[in-house]
Design a protein around this ligand. Structure first.
Ligand code: KG4
Ligand code: ZN
Length: 341
């Protein structure tokens, strides 16, 4: 039974996971309201809020799950990549609890946790699979042979997919955080009004590039804007829709190409952009048509959460009763560095 702690960015999250019984409880506190007035995450405010929230949330989750601290087998925490101050809050808290309860502390890579999140669901993929990891900070295609056995096939050369959603949302005048708001707007838009580029789709390989697409939307918005620079509601809906279609086309195209090249038949989609309904619909259609399957975590486990951290901790602990009592926090931690346990 593993306690999971996530504080890498602007969500404080705690969960308890038992491999035999599944998820016993979890909580996520989003700091969106704290950062909204600044239009983005303010690292110092994030750290302070994690400090305020984390310990009461640990007590609440353990209480609800009917578990005591010493009854746990280990404490897993996100050690990177992320905001270093925010990471240190979770890392020091987890290591302190581990010391007090005499249990191992397990440092978890946040991207590995995202990638394994679909294993929390009843319909879970078997290894090996192809993973599309699309979050606010990362976009990559990974060949996953097993736990800690990752080959990065491609990644973004500039903006991550979620970052492109957020920046384009800002261009359309949507409030932070823009990705989900842009998706809601796009749902009412016309698909074919604007022809935006499908970045990198006509090039071989599996890398992405999204910053040109964002610029294309900005230029088009300027061109069609009224003399006072404002867009009509219809313009904003159609721009959002055409942008979303271009991103979805690009991601789906690269996924299909990677499945072809690797011979894999299972695709896992994880990270915040994995919550995008249009992307899910499109991938499900395309993969079903070619006899492959696609797996997603439920929406709340696409974005940052501690259930995926606790699950990864359980998979990595493997019966070990000890762990190093060093506080590990790394702003950068490449998935390609991971090893099997
Ligand atoms: O995985 P995540 O919670 O945090 C990171 O580790 O980055 O991903 C957050 C990102 C944000 O850029 C957000 O705008 C995007 O995921 N996102 C979405 C949707 N929901 C969240 N993008 C498009 N459509 C959505 N429905
Ligand atoms: Zn994340």
């Amino acid at each position: 039974m593993i306690l999971g702690i996530e504080t890498s960015c602007d969500e404080t999250a705690v969960a308890v996971y038992d491999p035999a019984r599944g998820l016993l409880g979890h909580l996520i506190h989003s700091q969106v309201a704290t950062h909204a007035p600044y239009g983005g995450v303010v690292p110092e405010l994030a750290s302070r809020d994690h400090i305020r929230r984390l310990l009461p949330m640990v007590e609440e989750v353990l209480g609800r799950a009917g578990v005591t601290g010493p009854g746990l087998d280990g404490i897993a925490y996100t050690a990177g990549p992320g905001l270093i101050g925010a990471l240190l809050v979770g890392a020091t808290m987890a290591t302190g609890l581990a010391l007090g309860w005499r249990r191992p502390a397990i440092a978890i890579n946040h991207m590995e946790a995202h990638l394994l999140a679909p294993l929390l669901e009843a319909e879970r993929p078997e290894f090996p699979f192809l993973a599309l990891l699309v979050s606010g900070g990362h976009s990559m295609l990974v060949e996953v042979a097993g736990l800690g056995r990752y080959r990065i096939l491609g990644q973004t050369l500039d903006d991550a997919a979620g970052e492109a959603f957020d920046k384009t949302a800002k261009i359309l005048g949507l409030p932070y955080p823009g990705g989900p708001a842009l998706a809601r707007l796009a749902a009412e838009g016309g698909r074919d009004r604007f022809a935006f580029p499908r970045p990198m789709l006509n090039r071989s390989g599996f890398d992405f590039s999204f910053s040109g697409l964002k610029t294309a939307v900005a230029l088009k918005a300027k061109e069609i804007g009224r003399s006072d620079g404002l867009l009509t509601d219809a313009d904003r809906r159609d721009l959002a829709k055409s942008f979303e279609e271009a991103v979805v086309d690009t991601l789906a195209g690269k996924c299909l190409r990677a499945l072809e090249a690797t011979g894999l038949t299972r695709l896992v989609v994880a990270g915040g952009v994995g919550a995008n309904a249009r992307l899910r619909e499109r991938l499900r259609d395309e993969l079903t048509a070619r006899g492959s399957s696609v797996y997603y975590p439920r929406n709340e486990f696409c974005t940052d959460n501690a259930a995926m951290v606790a699950l990864t901790g359980a998979m990595r602990l493997r019966g070990s009763k000890t762990g190093p009592l060093t506080v590990q926090a790394r702003a950068r931690w490449d998935l390609a560095e991971m090893q099997p346990p």
